[in-house]
Design a protein around this ligand. Sequence first.
Ligand SMILES: [Fe+2]
Length: 118
Amino acid sequence: MSTGYHEAGLSQKTQNIHRAIASLQEELEAVDWYNQRADVTEDAELKAVLEHNRNEEIEHAGMLLEYLRRNMSEFDEQLSTYLFSTLPITQIEEAEEGGENDAPGDVSSSGLGIGKMD
Ligand SMILES: [Fe+2]
């Protein structure tokens, strides 16, 4: 039985990371398939079902991404930098490295100064 692992002797942690990444790939692939099929079908009922299923797969992908964030610090670092930001995406890294302008709405050390609900 194939495990899907590429190297022997992997730690349990790495095996679990692999399982999560492989599952995330599959969920995203399913999102894409459902999205494309919903886009082209002329049957309104089928379209609704496909869109529902697509959105379920997005939920599944989100859950796996959160698992990876919690279990792989590099994911946490990068997702904390980029997700839910408002600057142009290609300027985020540069703005965070600069870090000299922590005015409201600018990038701050607390994750781009966003996400606070106060
Ligand atoms: Fe799924």
